[in-house]
Design a protein around this ligand. Structure first.
Ligand SMILES: [Zn+2]
Length: 354
């Protein structure tokens, strides 16, 4: 590469891997299987400047503080915040932003419900709960977005526990004591005496979850934000722990990719009708989902990023940027722990093995 001792091909491979949100170890394996020589992992990380920090609750809270500072500095005013159920963030808003309305993102609450019910569904003789998972999530969305404050949202949500055992009237909570639906056909109702129902009641009756549901966001949820979660997951898969700069950079690339591909047009047929695709998601048990076919994603920003990088390198701005990134990087999380000495750990293992 011009003005450096870095081989252009090597750098391009690192760059392309990063902007594609790919994992270098997989790319390396693919090339090796093909018998193609490839840069080492350490070269890639030198290019990406990685260190071991991992991710944690603390980092999420710090990111939140950075965001708020940024928003405040931009002079953006707001009266409502929608976040996930992160404890420190909720506390921060409660204590420092008293005038702000705070809601929990429905997507996160739905995910939590899906998680706890799916767990029950996997236990012995509890598979009956499976077909109720999706309806429960949908019921939460309806409870939150149909009119009512936190207390009403919760009462509506809890009515689900009556509904699934075929009890739709004279429910326990006077705030919402009967289902809102009219006549419905027979479902595979649960038996209110069986263990699975007891488990569902216990899981959905969890104190922290109930508190969360009371704060469920009644604002219309943009599927746009949900879309961003899945884009982000492609650029920074959750199963991999990235360093702070690695995570930061991958978030930026994901955001750029997302913004470049917002509101993608729907592909039309020759008669101008919209092209559709029918899919059968596993969780819907054979029921179909219809989706629009969108035009292919646009990656033109990659060239712009590359040119920006080359420009910065020519101007000698990279060092300064590197310093800035270094300054905002927190200490690796493992330095915050009291570590067991290495010798002691090895000695213990030897003793165990006898
Ligand atoms: Zn009902």
């Amino acid at each position: 590469m011009e003005g450096t001792k870095i081989a252009a091909g090597n750098f391009l491979l690192s760059f392309a891997t990063l902007v594609a949100g790919a994992s270098i170890s997989k790319v390396q394996r693919v090339l090796r299987h093909m018998g193609v020589a490839c840069i080492s992992l350490s070269t890639f990380f030198r290019h990406q400047k990685r260190n071991e920090a991992g991710s944690s609750q603390a980092m999420e809270y710090m990111a939140f503080q950075h965001c708020m500072e940024y928003i405040n500095n931009c002079g953006i005013t707001y009266d409502t915040l929608v976040t996930d159920r992160h404890t420190s963030i909720a506390k921060h808003i409660r204590e420092n932003l008293k005038e702000v309305k705070h809601y929990f993102d429905l997507w996160h609450l739905r995910k939590k419900i899906r998680k706890v019910l799916s767990k029950i569904g996997k236990e012995n003789d509890c598979e009956e709960v499976q077909p109720w998972i999706r309806p429960c999530e949908n019921h939460l969305s309806w409870s939150a977005t149909s009119f009512g404050d936190g207390r009403v949202i919760l009462a509506k949500f809890v009515s689900f526990l009556g509904h699934i055992v075929d009890k739709h009237k004279n429910l326990d909570d006077p705030i919402f004591d009967s289902c809102a639906h009219g006549d419905i056909e027979h479902r595979e109702w649960l038996n209110d005496k069986c263990v699975v129902y007891e488990k569902v009641c216990k899981a959905l009756g969890n104190k922290r979850l109930k508190k969360g549901i009371q704060k469920a966001s009644p604002l219309s949820q943009t599927s746009c934000v949900e879309g961003f979660h899945s884009v982000l997951n492609q650029f920074a898969p959750k199963m991999i722990a990235y360093s702070y700069p690695g995570m930061y950079i991958r978030h930026i690339i994901a955001a750029v990719h997302f913004n470049h591909n917002l509101n993608r047009k729907v592909v039309t047929n020759s008669d101008d009708s919209e092209q559709l695709v029918v899919v059968y998601p596993k969780f819907k048990n054979g029921e179909a989902t219809i989706r629009d076919v969108k035009v292919a994603a646009n990656f033109c920003y990659v060239e712009e990023m590359y040119q920006t990088f080359l420009d910065a390198q020519r101007k000698g701005d990279l060092e300064e940027e590197k310093d800035k990134l270094k300054k905002m990087t927190p200490e690796p999380i493992n330095t915050m722990l009291t570590k067991q000495p290495r010798d002691e750990a090895i000695k213990k293992r030897k003793e165990k093995k006898g």
